[in-house]
Design a protein around this ligand. Structure first.
Ligand SMILES: Cc1cc2nc3c(=O)[nH]c(=O)nc-3n(C[C@H](O)[C@H](O)[C@H](O)COP(=O)(O)OP(=O)(O)OC[C@H]3O[C@@H](n4cnc5c(N)ncnc54)[C@H](O)[C@@H]3O)c2cc1C
Length: 395
């Protein structure tokens, strides 16, 4: 292979695609990002960045920016939906000392904007919906819905849970709708009219549903909640599918007054069907591999979906450092061999533990592993220093 660095195309400018673009750019690769959206919208959703992705973001120079804007909560509480009894309290300030980085709560839009700020604007191409690709001995051709094409040496499919790249690689098998919906909203805290949600993230557990509530700004002036409730799959879906406030409030009418106060104050909501997949045995072929939800979509109960995509991005760039020797497929196979076992484990655990992933689930006692009791293997991971799988281990 020539000593010229390969040019890498990334499809999808979500958390995974943007982070991969940033990590690869930092190692001197030429990168182009193709995104189907016409523009980036700040849809009302919060996101937790645990210590493991925060280490990746730190090396990209984003830690100070995120610390200034995001909320760092004192504790994670689990409470009964009706009485409000606190069943568990996990100290979150100790996370930084234990796992080497803070656990921050933020607006997804703030994280997305921070990642976007790392990229030269001319490498992010909006309104470019990919419909397929072909690969040959010399490279990959991307075909877009608008009739245009692009050429690159390698393609990273970071196009989310309904990935076109995945379908073309492995067949058009739909992800599994879990039978549950997430309503999500962010709104100004002053609308709570004095109700204090505290400096904690609280998960309120009902018999068949839950809601998580926390601040997403350092100033505590913006509130976020996300739910998981049983529901039929909506006919339509997108990042901007509106939720009905009446239906949402009715779904939580038996919950504690503190929960109802938050839902009563909420002016607007969106809803997301929750999907996952069984772990895959392969993430790509030849010059085309997947990253993030495209290869390991998971339920949100461990708050590790974007975290895993961000970890993928760091490891991908590390593996591509050896591309001169290993070749493009060799670098990709090393990435897959390094990342697939960990991402699959998190994906499976996230799926199993619909309630509390650190607690033994009575319905699945066989899953009561050591890992469940100690979250250190999740949060303590550092994608910059974790051992890379040996290329010969790659399959
Ligand atoms: C309710 C809920 C709460 C969550 N909370 C957390 C949390 O707290 N912490 C956490 O780490 N994770 C969380 N997650 C998971 C997280 O949102 C996802 O894992 C993460 O967004 C995946 O990033 P991605 O870049 O792989 O995919 P996406 O964010 O889905 O990005 C894919 C991108 O590809 C684009 N695209 C798709 N198809 C095409 C195409 N054909 N051509 C061009 N572009 C295309 C899309 O427009 C999109 O921009 C949560 C998820 C849900 C549903």
């Amino acid at each position: 292979m020539s000593s010229q660095k390969p040019e890498i195309a990334i499809v999808g400018a979500g958390m995974g695609g943007l982070t991969a673009a940033a990590t690869l750019l930092r190692r001197g690769f030429k990168v182009q990002v193709y995104e189907q959206a016409e523009r980036f919208l700040r849809i009302g959703a919060g996101i937790q960045m645990a210590a493991n992705p925060m280490k990746v973001l730190r090396a990209l120079g984003l830690e100070d920016r995120l610390r200034q804007t995001a909320f760092q909560h004192r504790a994670r509480l689990h409470r009964d939906y009706d009485t409000g009894r606190i069943n568990s309290e996990f100290d979150m300030y100790s996370v930084e000392q234990k796992y080497g980085a803070p656990h921050l709560m933020m607006h997804r839009g703030d994280l997305h904007a921070a990642l976007l700020s790392l990229l030269p604007p001319d490498i992010v191409h909006l309104n470019k919906k990919m419909k397929g690709f072909t690969q040959d001995a010399d490279g990959v051709t991307l075909n877009f819905v608008d009739g245009t094409q692009a050429r690159a040496d390698a393609l990273v499919g970071a196009d989310g849970v309904h990935s076109i790249v995945r379908s073309q690689l492995f067949g058009n098998e739909s992800p599994n709708y879990t039978g549950r919906l997430a309503y999500r909203a962010t709104f100004p805290a002053h609308l709570l009219k004095g109700v204090d949600i505290g400096d904690v993230a609280t998960k309120w557990w009902g018999p068949d549903r839950h809601i998580v509530i926390y601040y997403i700004t350092a100033k505590k002036d913006e509130v976020y909640f996300t739910t998981s409730i049983p529901a039929e799959k909506p006919d339509l879906e997108s990042w901007s599918l509106k939720g009905d406030l009446g239906e949402l409030r009715a779904a939580f009418k038996d919950f504690h007054p503190d929960v109802r106060a938050v839902l009563d104050a909420c002016p607007d909501t969106h809803k997301w069907p929750i999907y996952d997949r069984e772990p895959q045995t392969s993430w790509g072929r030849g010059r085309v591999y997947l990253l993030g939800d495209a290869c390991h979509p998971m339920t949100p109960y461990m708050a590790q979906g974007a975290a895993s995509a961000i970890e993928d991005a760091a490891v991908l760039a590390r593996c591509f450092e050896g591309v001169d020797k290993a070749g493009i497929n060799g670098a990709f196979r090393q990435y897959e061999a390094t990342r697939l076992p960990r991402a699959s484990k998190i994906q499976s655990l996230s799926h199993l533990n619909k309630r509390e992933w650190m607690r033994v689930d009575a319905a699945a006692p066989e899953a009561a592993t050591k890992e469940k009791a100690d979250p250190g293997w999740v949060y303590g991971y550092d994608a910059w220093t974790a051992p890379l799988a040996k290329p010969e281990m790659a399959v």
